[in-house]
Design a protein around this ligand. Structure first.
Ligand SMILES: NC(=O)c1ccc[n+]([C@@H]2O[C@H](COP(=O)([O-])OP(=O)(O)OC[C@H]3O[C@@H](n4cnc5c(N)ncnc54)[C@H](O)[C@@H]3O)[C@@H](O)[C@H]2O)c1
Length: 259
């Protein structure tokens, strides 16, 4: 319906890992709700597909290559976003990566990569985007962590440490910037059917058995789908959440019920 105001009309939104499962669904939903979306991803081809789908439906989107682990790549991607789509109103830190094996079987070089993507990557993004938000005295940041960071997850020790770190970091940034009109909140997906989850299942050795075990232990009775996540992410990014900051919400079919 034309002429109807949408929640994110006139807003510029960055979604990191926007070429992936949850990031793609989130980018598409933001665009449906009126936002101009910068789809940032290490995998430019995947980001292009999402941006093309958005444009094909009459939305506004730019695919921009970005390695969040590399500060110069982050700075270039932010500059490109602002040049093409304007100042950033909403930042969704969603890009993530994991390897699945018991901690004692991992190597320090693997920890470095996990930390660079899952923790330092988000720090780079905050450090690059926050000064503009502070200047404009407005901004919404939504960080996609993981229930692994709240309750632990076997085979994901360093990833869980990063996600737990991201939760703690988000709460501190929420405090540091609350008086400047900036909110920071966290969404923790549970097992969600994406490329990352497929690798997780393979890592466990018996994908079908693992999926069945999850299905049995998830109160709502199914594995999450990428489309289950944008509702919570867009809520935190919206005006309805203007009095909400430093909070953590699991979207996991009830698998985890953290206080
Ligand atoms: N799928 C799950 O079960 C699950 C559970 C809990 C948390 N999460 C989190 O949800 C987020 C999205 O994951 P997903 O499941 O959609 O996975 P996905 O693999 O489908 O998407 C992740 C995207 O991040 C991108 N990416 C990886 N490294 C990057 C880097 N250095 N710079 C920029 N982009 C990079 C990938 O190219 C990919 O497009 C991640 O933060 C993940 O940790 C997922």
């Amino acid at each position: 319906m034309s002429g109807v105001t949408k929640r994110f009309d006139g807003k510029t939104v960055i979604v990191t890992g926007g070429g992936g499962g949850i990031g793609g669904a989130t980018s598409i939903r933001f665009a449906q709700e009126g936002a101009r979306v910068a789809v940032l991803d290490l995998n430019l081809e995947a980001a292009e597909k999402v941006a093309a789908a958005i444009r094909g439906n009459g939305g506004v989107a730019e695919a921009i290559r970005c390695d969040i682990a590399d500060r110069s790549s982050v700075d270039a991607a932010i500059a490109a976003t602002e040049a093409k789509l304007g100042p950033i109103d909403v930042l969704v830190n969603n890009a993530g990566w994991d390897i699945f094996r018991p901690f004692v079987k991992t190597e320090p070089a693997q920890w470095d990569k996990l930390i660079a993507i899952n923790l330092t990557g988000a720090l780079h993004m905050h450090h690059a985007v926050l000064p503009g938000m502070v200047e404009r005295r407005a901004g919404r940041i939504v960080n996609v962590a993981s229930d692994a960071g709240r309750v632990g997850s076997s085979g994901e020790a360093v990833y869980a440490a990063c996600k737990g770190g991201l939760v703690a970091f988000s709460k501190t940034i929420a405090r540091e910037h609350a008086r400047q009109g900036i909110t920071v909140n966290v969404v923790c997906p549970g097992p969600t059917d994406t490329a990352l989850f497929a690798v997780f299942k393979e890592g466990a050795g018996n994908p079908e058995k693992l999926e069945e075990a999850f299905r049995r232990s998830i109160p709502l009775g199914r594995i999450g789908q990428p489309d289950d996540l944008p509702g919570a992410i867009l809520f935190f990014a919206s005006d309805d959440a203007r009095y909400v900051t430093g909070q953590v919400l699991s979207v996991s079919g009830g698998l985890t019920m953290s206080g």
